[in-house]
Design a protein around this ligand. Structure first.
Ligand SMILES: Cc1cc2nc3c(=O)[nH]c(=O)nc-3n(C[C@H](O)[C@H](O)[C@H](O)COP(=O)(O)OP(=O)(O)OC[C@H]3O[C@@H](n4cnc5c(N)ncnc54)[C@H](O)[C@@H]3O)c2cc1C
Length: 455
């Protein structure tokens, strides 16, 4: 039995307004300002430790790129620590994009550091680059740091779009975890190298920075899911067939209100069976959270999701979260337009029921490739009737002009569009089309709240 709108009302976890206070969040702007301030401080530090800092020269370049790379690593680790303040304030998909861009920048900085440091050494000693390379490798921690650098370069290569597409998510993820080994291998060189050697206070501060960011990872990626497993005792309660290749999984647990989950959010789920325990998959809550039950809805798209379809009631579940910033907290104005494409309906279904908006100013636009692919039709129609909200299904081929998502079509459906908040969850292609159309229809960027089902 799916969690119906009626069942949610009894025992449902408080709505977004009350939950806002539960977790402190940091905005993207604050994260960017703090990161930039740190980078400026590190560049100044490089100036202090480099000889002749007032002229751009190879030693200064080597110092600055090395320190910035070392600092950048701590920022990247913290961004992916899954700390709730970041996940809720910035959003998981934006964090992943920043991490990807930052990771590429760090690999470049490491390369610049290696080349500039070796060239500077060769110039200072009047030796060949080959002799300088051998000399440099005998410095404290340099062999380990070189192995670390090679690992960083390899991870940069497998994370490039073309290589990434050829690897399964699991393989890519396991290889990506080697980053922690690369960090450990490079750390002693950072402390003992010429940038920080002889500056004990800075060495302590540098070590604390690393301890802090790795501590965040340990706290939120390792300890939090294990604590949740023990405290909430989540298990699969039952499974409901929703349509071709789509099932809802209803999970039963204890004290779920303590998690402060909200409609619009997702968890990373690890189902503890022999076949599925190795992978954790992100799935959104497809019904408002309840003190004892959570519902997710899973479309079979690959091996992992196909295995999830054959889970049995009673299976233990390790859930990490809640994550995601697409909640009521993000709203700027009064009315709301929810746009869902395909299985992107899952968080929208929960928001459609719970967003504290006057029903007359609430619209759900749901695009599916055919009428048979529409999920939760009865539930959505029930909620629309009950709240007096507008529900629009768009089905059929994209070539049909009636299905086109343009500024004109959106404005015709929702005349007060520029005054509304828009929540969007769809495939990257549909999301890009909708984003362009919304901008042309006059929607201010800050009123668009978007999450992709794709990292
Ligand atoms: C924030 C978020 C919320 C989501 N909510 C839902 C939902 O409510 N319902 C639903 O059906 N789908 C949802 N998805 C998509 C779902 O997580 C993937 O379809 C699923 O993990 C694919 O696993 P697979 O092994 O079957 O597919 P594969 O064929 O292995 O992969 C298909 C795609 O999913 C990506 N993927 C695979 N495993 C993971 C993972 N562990 N973490 C992140 N990405 C992965 C791959 O990179 C690839 O792009 C969501 C995704 C995200 C990022």
């Amino acid at each position: 039995m799916p969690l119906s709108a009626e069942r949610q009302r009894d025992g449902s976890i408080r709505s977004g307004a009350a939950a806002q206070t539960a977790t402190q969040t940091v905005t993207p702007a604050v994260v960017l300002w703090l990161t930039t301030a740190g980078a400026i401080a590190v560049t100044l530090l490089a100036g202090v430790s480099a000889p002749r800092p007032l002229r751009l020269n190879l030693p200064l370049l080597a110092h600055a790129s090395g320190l910035l790379a070392g600092y950048g690593v701590t920022v990247m680790v913290a961004l992916m620590s899954r700390a709730p303040a970041l996940e809720r304030g910035v959003g998981a998909d934006r964090l992943a994009r920043w991490h990807a861009k930052g990771g590429r920048a760090i690999v470049c900085l490491i390369l610049i550091h290696g080349v500039a440091a070796t060239a500077a050494w060769a110039m200072a000693r009047g030796t060949s680059v080959w002799v300088a390379t051998v000399d440099v490798l005998t410095m404290p921690g340099l062999i380990a740091a070189t192995v670390g650098t090679l690992i960083f370069l390899a991870i940069g290569a497998i994370s490039a779009q073309s290589a990434r597409r050829r690897l399964s998510y699991e393989t890519w993820h396991v290889l990506h975890l080697l980053t922690y080994l690369a960090i450990a291998l490079s750390f002693s060189h950072e402390l003992a190298g010429p940038d920080l050697a002889g500056l004990p206070l800075v060495q302590v501060a540098w070590s604390l920075l690393y301890t802090f960011s790795l501590g965040l990872v340990l706290r939120y990626r390792v300890l939090a899911p294990l604590t949740q497993l023990w405290r909430h005792q989540l298990r699969v309660d039952h499974i409901v067939h929703e349509g071709t290749g789509v099932v809802s999984i209803i999970l039963r647990g204890r004290h779920l209100n303590e998690l402060n989950p909200e409609s619009g959010q997702f968890f990373r789920w690890r189902f503890l069976t022999g076949a599925t325990w190795r992978s954790s998959h992100p799935f959104s809550l497809s019904a408002p959270p309840h003190q004892q039950f959570l519902r997710i809805t899973v479309k079979a798209v690959g091996d992992g999701t196909r295995l999830i379809h054959s889970l049995r009631p009673g299976t233990r579940v390790l859930a990490a979260g809640p994550y995601g910033a697409m909640t009521n907290e993000r709203r700027q104005g009064r009315g709301v337009l929810l746009i869902a494409g395909g299985v992107g309906i899952t968080p929208m279904r929960a928001l459609f029921e719970t967003l504290p908006v006057d029903g007359r100013e609430l619209t759900l636009l749901y695009r599916a490739s055919s009428a048979e692919e529409i999920l939760f039709r009865d539930e959505l129609e029930h909620i629309a009737r009950h709240r007096g909200a507008q529900l629009i299904f768009l089905t059929g081929p994209s070539s049909d002009p009636r299905n086109a998502i343009t500024a004109q079509s959106l404005s015709a459906m929702v005349p007060d569009l520029p005054a509304r908040d828009v929540y969007l969850c769809a495939s990257p292609r549909f999301a890009a089309t909708a984003t362009t159309a919304l901008a042309h229809a006059g929607l201010p960027r800050r009123q668009l709240h978007h999450e992709e089902f794709n990292f």
